[in-house]
Design a protein around this ligand. Structure first.
Ligand SMILES: Cc1cc2nc3c(=O)[nH]c(=O)nc-3n(C[C@H](O)[C@H](O)[C@H](O)COP(=O)(O)OP(=O)(O)OC[C@H]3O[C@@H](n4cnc5c(N)ncnc54)[C@H](O)[C@@H]3O)c2cc1C
Length: 253
């Protein structure tokens, strides 16, 4: 991997949510332009080797810094090292962003209902989209569905409220719907495909999935993405290809 493709940035803050989840911010070089929903490729040196992974950007395209939300995989080549990140550490950032999980990919149907469905760190690209006023002006209804295993893993819950107050002021169609799969007391605790098939998600959202009005984005765990996609297809929704269709996905592994 050619090191010239990267700029060297500095870690500005680290926030640990749980033992296996943390967020960090870092300097953003002026050349690094991205669209909400895209991902960066970031790298650290491990035994003098550059190890690089894809990371969705959490922060908005208008922020001066870059924020990321990370899992810790105990034996993971990248995150078992990244978890020890500290302020002022250096981190490599590939100069160009990547990815097509962006709202610009939708041409038909026209924007009306936006469903953002993420598991775990798959929340990240949606936080960026929600910090872009254009998202709020485009859609009548915006539903953020965030599935985690435990209440402690419901990272960014407060930040989501702040985002709604700042960006969603005067917008009456937003709903935040958490799903906590290991907590039977939680109002919603089944897996997403189940909640779609049995109609419970639409009931809580007070909105129907509709091939004529729905833009649906899925991000995170590939099994969730696959099963949810199938549940949606069974409801007549289609994959978004060349601008047309309802469902857009991003798998994290
Ligand atoms: C487009 C894209 C965007 C991504 N954005 C993010 C992001 O914003 N935040 C993030 O934490 N990861 C993200 N990932 C995953 C990330 O690139 C790495 O896989 C992750 O950092 C783990 O790296 P690793 O070397 O420690 O383990 P790897 O060897 O890369 O992965 C080992 C195993 O860990 C599990 N795993 C990997 N990533 C995750 C995850 N995010 N959540 C739960 N389990 C996981 C899987 O079972 C995987 O097989 C993204 C991946 C892609 C393709």
């Amino acid at each position: 991997m050619s090191i010239e493709k990267f700029s060297l940035e500095k870690v500005l803050s680290v926030h640990r949510w749980t033992d296996n989840l943390f967020s960090f911010t870092m300097t953003r070089p002026a050349h690094f332009k991205f669209t909400a929903g895209q991902f960066a490729r970031i790298g650290i040196k491990v035994n003098d080797e550059l190890v690089v992974r894809a990371y969705s950007v959490v922060s908005s395209p208008f922020d001066e810094t870059l924020e990321f939300f990370s899992i810790v995989v105990p034996d993971g080549a990248f995150t078992s090292n990244l978890q020890h990140l500290q302020v002022n550490d250096e981190i490599y950032l590939e100069k160009i962003p990547y990815g097509y999980l962006t709202l610009a990919r939708y041409q038909l149907p026209l924007p009306k209902d936006l469903w953002l469905l993420g598991t775990g760190t798959g929340l990240a690209p949606f936080l960026s989209m929600l910090q872009d006023f254009e998202t709020w002006s485009k859609y009548k209804n915006i539903h953020l569905i965030y599935s985690v295993r435990t209440q402690a893993e419901l990272a960014y819950a407060e930040k989501i409220q702040e985002i709604i107050e700042t960006f969603g002021e005067g917008h009456h169609g937003f709903k935040f719907i958490p799903i906590i799969t290991r907590d039977v007391q939680a109002p919603l605790h089944d897996r997403l495909p189940v909640l779609i098939a049995n109609g419970e998600l639409e009931k809580v959202a007070d909105l129907k999935f509709d091939p004529e009005t729905s833009h649906i984005m899925l991000c995170g765990n590939p099994q969730m993405v696959e099963d949810t996609k199938e549940a949606l297809k069974a409801r007549g929704l289609t994959m978004n290809r060349r601008g047309e269709g309802n469902i857009a996905v991003e798998n994290y592994w």
